[in-house]
Design a protein around this ligand. Structure first.
Ligand code: BGC
Length: 701
């Protein structure tokens, strides 16, 4: 008997002994993050926690307050956008493993991560929780991540299924996306998370698709997930995403969760019981859900007194993984005059400017917020790395104080209010406030005066924060807030060699990019982020991050805005179809500021001798890569497929990250995946472009 059948048989034996009340207790929240168990049968409750950047703090069972004395601080991990910039499958697995072990260490069964929605627009407030605009890159890394989580007897819960690409009115908006685009762009990574990552659970999205809310969708949950993908894992609703007892009961959703404390009134609680008792809904619908939950519990060794892995949190090894990921995630966007790396022994006086240099980011963003054990800011990282021989001065340069209206995050219980306003808004511009403008001008002036003094290096650290990159709120444009553009422009007039470092969860306009010789990008990079940045600035680490999303010049360079709609009204049109991210820019010749796959190094790599072979039905592209510079470094060899007659100019088909010491050479082997082959469709002539970014193609085969 296969394990799956075995699980089903065991589940049925348990279900046969359960009362209707007991079954219903298992399929809806009885706490904000927990369902009921059946103690007499040895079935424990299912305990869940957010989220992608670490295990979230504990909450009271029935309200959104965190109790005292929880000792629930954890390793704050780099966000998924940072992980994606590493283009490193091994690190994705290691980071998943840290999250899984910490979740077990905190007594959780399901970790509500990773978020793998496609980045359709740079304005989506939750982009920092997601990996990439590219479904192949997202799927490859997410599958590794999930496997890492689950080896700790904790279920990953891949989210939000599906087409949840915006926060504005996320509870009500219907994504008008054609089926081909849906499958090739928006479902592909989910498919891989299920098929290759074997995610034990999946979270349905808030929005609607084809007239149905995703958490009750027959098309998504039954036809695609259960029938086509053969999924026998547990489907959990997003918090408050269920709207109808009959539809939800008869759909393939298994667990209803929400943000309010009226647990017995949830659609899959008392209302369902009544409908079953009156014969309107069959009890079998409930049995099927309980079966899926029991299968998940068996996979996690939660039943029958089996031995289950123990976990741990805040270990030194976990902090090391967070540092490793952060180091490889930082992207050197520009280094025209080789200002970087800085030479520590030549630094006597350094000036750091910018509020983000001295600000922590772990405690914001919505459900991804983390109670971090600690967080090394960039200023702290720079100071500790530069050492006692150099003086490091600091000027804030700008302030984020009340500069913009905050989304729903002004109060502690934002999540309780998260079902209001259609579930999300678009950020509003701050009202002109003369006191604040005066304060910004004063801070700017102080920074400009300071920059005129003789410093060996001036480093600006700005960007966004979680008032902008936040659940429940999309940005209204790509501009840097708080007068930073003016500040950077003025500073660059004084110091042409200023190093601009930006921290954010989504790309921003950089109107001063031509004037800035050196630009470094970091996503929210976990508790060791500041150390990682200092390592890169000082050359202890050779940067190897590559953009996993296109950095548009402005939002008109993005297809969701140029062709499609964002954020739309009741409906949002996806008329750009498959031309998402670089697929649009490459095909339609729209130049971005920095292209998908871009990221510089302190060394250079030479590509040669491309070859193609097939091995056990797998296409493999290989080429020689040589480190032609003076320092060792990592290079991500990217392979793009170019199909004759396709609507899209090129698509990422494979990648491999290789490490080479100075002068060393290797053969990089890249297994490629062609989208049309997965779908067993037409075989067409394909060329492959091999290169260092989507624009820097070095070889064609
Ligand atoms: C978010 C989910 C999260 C859940 C529980 C919802 O608001 O969309 O991603 O896991 O809350 O906190």
């Amino acid at each position: 008997m296969t394990q799956k059948n075995d699980y089903s048989t065991r589940a049925h034996a348990l279900i046969a002994q359960m009362t209707l009340d007991e079954k219903i207790g298992m399929i809806h929240g009885a706490h904000l993050f927990q369902t009921k168990g059946v103690e007499r049968l040895g079935i424990p409750p299912l305990t869940m926690s957010d989220g992608p950047m670490g295990v979230r703090q504990n909450f009271e069972p029935d309200h959104w307050m965190t109790p005292e004395h929880q000792a629930d601080q954890v390793t704050y991990l780099p966000c998924n956008s940072a992980l994606a910039s590493t283009w490193n499958r091994v690190l994705a697995h290691e980071m998943g493993s840290v999250l899984g072990e910490e979740a077990r260490g905190r007594g959780k069964d399901v970790i509500l991560a990773p978020g793998i929605n496609i980045k359709r627009s740079p304005l989506c407030g939750r982009n920092f929780e997601y990996f990439s605009e590219d479904p192949y890159l997202t799927g490859e890394l997410a599958a590794e991540f999930i496997d890492g989580v689950q080896k700790w007897d904790v279920a990953a819960c891949v989210k939000h299924f599906a087409v949840n690409n915006q926060e504005t009115r996320r509870l009500e908006v219907e994504a008008d996306v054609d089926e081909e685009t849906l499958r090739t762009v928006y479902l592909r990574a989910f498919h891989k998370a299920v098929e290759k990552g074997h995610s034990y659970s999946i979270m349905g999205a808030y929005n609607l698709l084809y007239g149905e809310h995703c958490c009750q969708s027959e098309f998504l949950l039954k036809k695609i997930l259960r029938e086509e993908w053969n999924y026998d894992g547990t489907v959990i609703s997003d918090w408050g995403a269920v709207h109808d007892t009959k539809k939800a009961a008869e759909s393939e959703l298994d667990v209803e969760m929400s943000v309010t404390d009226n647990f017995n009134e949830y659609f899959l609680a008392d209302p369902l019981k009544k409908a079953i008792e009156s014969g309107e809904i069959s009890e079998e619908a409930v049995d099927r859900k309980v079966e899926h939950i029991l299968i998940l519990m068996m996979r996690l060794h939660m039943l029958g007194g089996e031995s289950r892995k123990g976990g741990a949190y805040n270990t030194p090894a976990h902090r090391q993984v967070a540092l490793d990921v952060a180091r490889q995630s930082i992207i050197l966007l520009k280094n025209d005059n080789q200002v970087l790396p800085l030479h520590k022994d030549r630094l006597k006086k350094v000036l750091v400017i910018g509020e983000n240099a001295d600000r922590i980011h772990s405690n914001g963003g919505g459900s991804a917020e983390i109670k971090a054990l600690y967080e090394v800011t960039s200023l702290l990282g720079i100071k500790t790395h530069v050492g006692g021989n150099a003086q490091v001065d600091y000027e804030p340069g700008y302030t984020s104080e009340k500069a913009e209206e905050k989304g729903q995050h002004g109060n502690v219980n934002w999540q309780q209010a998260s079902l209001e306003n259609g579930g999300g808004t678009t950020g509003k511009k701050a009202e002109e406030n003369s006191a604040l403008m005066h304060r910004q001008a004063q801070l700017r002036e102080e920074a400009l005066q300071k920059a005129k003094e003789s410093y060996d290096a001036v480093i600006f650290v700005g960007g966004l924060n979680h008032d902008h990159d936040a659940e429940g709120n999309d940005r209204s444009d790509m501009k840097l807030p708080y007068g930073q553009d003016l500040l950077v422009e003025e500073l660059l007039k004084i110091r042409k060699d200023m190093i601009v470092v930006l921290y954010a969860g989504s790309p921003v306009e950089m109107p001063w990019a031509d004037q800035a010789g050196t630009i470094v990008w970091s996503y929210y990079a976990g508790l060791e982020g500041g150390d990682a940045l200092a390592d890169v600035l000082l050359g202890n680490v050779n940067p190897s991050g590559k953009l996993a999303e296109t950095f548009y010049k402005d939002m008109n360079g993005c297809s969701a805005h140029a062709i499609g709609e964002f954020p739309g009204g009741d409906h949002v049109g996806y008329s750009e179809r498959q031309l998402v991210g670089y697929r649009y820019n490459d095909t339609m010749h729209v130049d971005p500021l920095f292209c998908f796959g871009h990221g510089l190094s302190y060394t250079t790599f030479e590509y040669s001798t491309p070859q193609y072979r097939e091995e056990n039905g797998q296409s493999i592209i290989s080429c020689r890569v040589r480190n032609t510079g003076n320092v060792s470094g990592n290079e991500t060899v990217q392979v793009y497929s170019r199909e004759d007659g396709a609507a899209v100019f090129q698509e990422l088909a494979g990648f491999e990250k290789v490490y080479l010491s100075a002068g060393q050479e290797c053969v990089a082997e890249v297994a490629v995946e062609l989208e049309h082959e997965i779908r067993h469709e037409r075989k067409v002539p394909v060329h492959f472009g091999i290169g260092s970014s989507s624009e820097d193609i070095r070889l064609i085969i």
